[in-house]
Design a protein around this ligand. Structure first.
Ligand code: ZN
Ligand code: ZN
Length: 254
């Protein structure tokens, strides 16, 4: 009973606080109004580059030239990835953009993941509700968050991919369809080949019967070179998955 009461207090305490405090933009602090779907002001929203056609039908890279249809990019023609399609909601600006206000995507991803600012979660979940992303969700039998090693979960307190996957309540999330069997150093700072080697053999399917013949949608926060999701896709395909697709909040557009 004590536990129920404390949960109740926590819930209504937070709601009360929200009721009395004006809702602020998470990126610049200006009031956004109570009816805004997410705590992002129009000016910060305007900084976001959405993933849009023309893009690679396979890896989802956005073509720099705005002309022409969706098509398979040179890299995917050279070597087809082990997933059918990868899509992201927004383009990752990268750390080279000086002004913090001009990189809301980087801010959301890093503050959520490394500073545990959970207020950014509904923003990223909202970004994931683009038609382009929902198409992949609708085609999936279940969502599989890219797993973290238990050591990393212990440090961080949560798996960001699992929380992101909960953006789609109607679609089952298989939180342990795939597990991380090897603790690997972070991918940041590694070149594409090193990234590939770093995650090789790091994942395993817990119950192949669960993925056999299924369409699996991998969920992660960021697609950089794709080495992590490619390794996950390989392992899932090897275990008998019929199709593996990838959905991330953001992608680096080389
Ligand atoms: Zn703002
Ligand atoms: Zn491609």
């Amino acid at each position: 009973m004590a536990m129920v009461r404390s949960a109740w207090l926590k819930y209504f305490g937070a709601s009360l606080l929200e009721f009395f405090l004006p809702r602020m933009c998470l990126f610049c602090g200006v009031p956004v109004g109570e009816t805004a779907a997410i705590a992002v002001c129009p000016e910060c929203e305007a900084q976001i580059k959405w993933v849009a056609s023309p893009l690679c039908t396979c890896c989802g890279r956005v073509f720099e030239s705005r002309d022409g249809p969706d098509r398979v990019c040179g890299d995917c023609q050279k070597e087809a990835p082990p997933f059918t399609r990868a899509r992201a909601a927004v383009i990752y600006e990268g750390p080279l953009v000086d002004d913090l206000k001009q990189r809301p995507v980087l801010t959301a991803i890093t503050r959520f993941k490394f500073s545990r600012q959970l207020a950014f979660l509904p923003v990223m979940q909202h970004w994931l509700k683009q038609p382009l992303c929902l198409e992949l969700v609708a085609a999936a039998d279940f969502l599989a968050p890219v797993p973290l090693h238990p050591k990393r979960i212990k440090n961080r307190g949560f798996n960001q991919s699992l929380l992101l996957a909960q953006a789609f309540p109607g679609t089952p999330v298989a939180r342990e369809a795939l597990i991380r069997t090897r603790h690997t150093p972070p991918q940041v700072g590694l070149n594409p080949k090193e990234r590939q080697d770093n995650v090789k053999g790091a994942f395993s399917v817990t119950d192949p019967a669960r993925v056999k013949g299924k369409c699996v949608l991998l969920i992660d926060d960021l697609y950089t070179t794709g080495s992590t999701v490619k390794e996950c896709a390989r392992v899932l395909r090897k275990a008998g998955a019929r199709r593996v697709e990838v959905l991330t909040v953001a992608r680096v557009n080389h």
